[in-house]
Design a protein around this ligand. Structure first.
Ligand code: WTA
Length: 707
């Protein structure tokens, strides 16, 4: 078997010895050993006893089977837990992941005929969940809420599906969705899936230019939006952004016939919304008139389900394409095991459906399991930093899934992070301890590595030292969790994503692409495919192969660095390419640079990531101005505004560093390594600068560092 399996086998012997330490002791021990790698935190016996995977032994047994017989493992789950109109052909999986052997291809359950919306709704309703709450919706404004049962949700989905069909949306057509976290967002995704249309949700924090770029790339039949949204105290006029995007995309030859607009009354009234007769249609005027049942469009497992654009290290955003069958099986199964899902759970994921986490773990994964899902429209610290725990208590949330950046910002608001015992944490976190939180039983983290001190605060304060944390490592491309604790099985190490999910074979390779074994660190790759893997980049299979499969032939390359410790635990160390992870959002340095140089007074720009206390990474931009233009505060602001307008507010640089010149090699390549050191003020670690075309620029840059 694989190297990896050996690691897992050796670690499976761990808890028997270590398990003798009581839960409480383990936590205290954990505190004492702060930030040490061999710092175990154990799930309580009570938790493990009721867990789906109660021990590493059980995990190992299933993991082994999933690796030795992936087809048998996944087809067993696919046929017993989902509805298929027709079973797949002879081959469960057909793949080529080796560029040396021809085109990259991944197919799962090909020939199987199904529908993911049917599996989320109709199947669960038939199984008796008609009156179970599917969605709880909590408005930005405390006190305003709504909910839908599974059967009510199905009726809403069908009405929209019928409307979409009436305007000519057919199987395979793209639909662009630019909606905030209203119930209408999952409703729209499910309605598209029901009729075989391909949704492409664009996070409603992207600017009109980014939206236009996506519209031009996927040429949708319709754009679905709402008039405005409130985020905290601010009102954001989404419809105006869409209007501007539609003007922009028309210039590029793509004109949109229908812009379906939901009236988000709490944010803005109809009368105050700008309107283009003939193109714009109020959702409320048309959708409720359609029948509440709608036949399902049965699709092949390999028919596309959605496109989601994500940033890469170069060029324009990539349209990551996911198909139906494998994604369905994978998101449902990962959700179930990584959160130890039970029918009585109330699940809240704070991610927006504009990102992959909202696709796989707000909409599809939970709904496929028939879960009750909380959808929150607003910001986590509005009206104050206790809002999340207020929501947890209000809906009796049992599984709470969020991002390290949120944990850190709430921790900062209520806590100094310098604490060493549970008691001190508690006293210093009034925003948290004001609320009971006793419904919580599992916590989750995603988006970036969670630093051990944030992990501990999350575990001790938020979860009352009672709830295991599933630190889920995965990517837009992977569709679902890849490396994650299974909460009842693992002793955890704060900051480690622990072990691979069933069917996943992570490998760590060196510069040359050679697999390295034992305690090591290097580039994280994956061997073999898994059902949730993306199948291509929309319209650019070549780029798919070049970006992900050519760097280390034979493997899928993740773009992340990773180390494995002596116990086989995985520690993600962040991106090794030119992608910056800001508050869990992927931003390509190239995108920010191209936004900056579009400013008429900017001659050149180089962007690097720097450590940031709350956001994980911040954006640090070196900017060279056009000859003769003086630096000014006004110009700094206008450069930042350019980035906000072209990408979105979340991509605004934290720092502009004026640069008379940039360090380049003689062949003209910018030496980012040096820029990173200057940005993080590690000036004694600049390394060899003699190969630069003009070594003098380094001193110039250092001199201007804090001006
Ligand atoms: C990072 C988000 C460490 C990683 C689901 C990855 C993480 C990128 C974790 C994907 C984690 C995500 N620990 N790093 N638990 N989760 N990442 O596509 O660098 O928005 O490559 O998908 O986020 O970001 P994406």
């Amino acid at each position: 078997t694989t190297n990896h399996l050996r690691h897992v086998e050796s670690m499976a012997s761990l808890p028997s010895g270590a398990g003798k330490i009581s839960h409480l002791n383990a936590v205290i021990l954990g505190e004492a050993l702060a930030s040490e790698e061999n710092d175990f935190v154990f799930p309580s016996d009570d938790f493990s006893r009721q867990a789906l995977i109660p021990s590493p032994h059980k995990y190992l047994e299933m993991y082994k089977r999933s690796i030795e017989d992936p087809a048998g493992f996944w087809s067993g789950i696919a046929s017993s837990e989902f509805y298929w109109k027709q079973k797949w052909g002879d081959q469960v999986c057909s793949e080529n992941l080796d560029v040396r052997k021809g085109d990259i291809k991944i197919e799962w359950f090909k020939g199987g005929i199904t529908n993911i919306c049917y599996n989320c709704l109709d199947r669960n309703i038939d199984a008796g969940l008609a009156d179970k709450i599917a969605l709880y919706w909590e408005s930005n404004e405390p006190g305003f809420d709504a909910h839908l049962t599974y059967s009510q949700l199905l009726r809403r989905v069908c009405q929209l599906a019928n409307y979409l069909k009436s305007i000519g949306v057919r199987k395979g057509d793209a639909v662009i969705v630019y909606l905030p976290m209203l119930m209408e967002l999952p409703i729209t995704m499910l309605a598209c899936a029901r009729i075989g249309a391909v949704h492409s949700v664009v996070f409603a924090g992207f600017s009109s230019e980014s939206l236009a770029q996506r519209i031009v790339d996927c040429k949708p039949k319709v754009v679905i939006t709402c008039n405005a949204v409130k985020r905290g105290p601010k009102t954001i006029h989404l419809k105006d952004i869409v209007d501007a995007a539609l003007v922009e995309s028309a210039k590029n030859g793509i004109s949109i016939d229908v812009c379906l607009t939901y009236e988000n009354q709490s944010a803005l009234k109809k009368e105050s919304t700008k309107w283009q007769e003939g193109r714009d249609v109020w959702w409320e005027d048309v959708v409720p008139k359609y029948p509440t049942t709608c036949d399902v469009e049965w699709v092949d497992a390999e028919d596309p389900l959605f496109l989601l654009y994500t940033s890469g290290s170069t060029g324009k955003p990539k349209g990551v394409l996911h198909t139906t069958g494998g994604y369905m099986v994978y998101t449902a199964t990962t959700f179930k095991y990584a959160f130890d899902y039970k029918e009585s759970d109330v699940y809240w994921c704070t991610a927006d459906c504009g990102w992959i986490t909202g696709h796989s773990y707000v909409t599809y994964g939970p709904m496929l399991n028939g879960a009750t899902v909380v959808v929150y429209e607003g910001t986590p610290n509005y009206p104050d930093s206790g809002r999340c725990w207020d929501i947890v208590d209000k809906y009796k949330v049992t599984i709470f899934y969020t991002a390290p950046t949120l944990v850190r910002s709430l921790m900062r608001d209520g806590d100094e992070a310098s604490c060493i015992s549970n008691l001190v944490y508690t006293l210093k976190s009034p925003y948290v301890t004001r609320y009971s939180r006793k419904s919580l039983r599992v916590l989750g983290s995603v988006g970036e590595p969670i630093n051990p001190s944030a992990w501990r605060w999350f575990f001790n304060v938020v979860g009352g030292s009672r709830c295991p944390i599933s630190d889920t490592w995965w990517q837009t491309e992977t569709g679902g969790f890849m490396i994650t604790p299974l909460p009842g099985a693992w002793p955890q190490k704060p900051g480690s994503a622990t072990f691979p999910f069933f069917g996943v074979q992570p490998v760590i390779v060196d510069e040359k692409g050679t697999e390295i074994d034992g305690e090591c660190s290097g580039y994280l790759c994956v061997k073999g495919s898994w059902p949730g893997a993306f199948r291509t980049l929309y319209g650019d299979h070549e780029r798919y192969e070049t970006t992900y499969f050519r760097p280390f032939p034979g493997y899928y390359f993740t773009g992340d660095g990773c180390s494995r410790d002596k116990d086989g635990y995985h520690w993600l160390t962040g991106r090794v390419d030119d992608v910056i992870n800001v508050s869990g959002h992927r931003i390509g340095t190239a995108e920010v640079e191209s936004a900056l140089v579009s400013h008429p007074q900017c001659a050149e720009a180089a962007v690097v990531g720097v450590e940031h206390e709350v956001k994980g990474q911040g954006i640090y931009a070196f900017v060279t101005l056009v000859e003769g233009v003086p630096y000014s505060e006004e110009l700094r602001k206008s450069l930042i505004l350019t980035v906000r307008n072209q990408i979105g507010a979340f991509a605004a640089p934290d720092k502009i560093h004026w640069a008379p010149g940039l360090p380049k090699t003689r062949s003209g390549k910018i030496m980012r390594r040096i820029l990173r050191k200057i940005a993080s003020r590690q000036l004694d670690e600049l390394g060899d600068i003699s190969t630069l075309a003009e070594p003098g620029v380094v001193d110039q840059l250092i001199a201007l560092a804090d001006s």
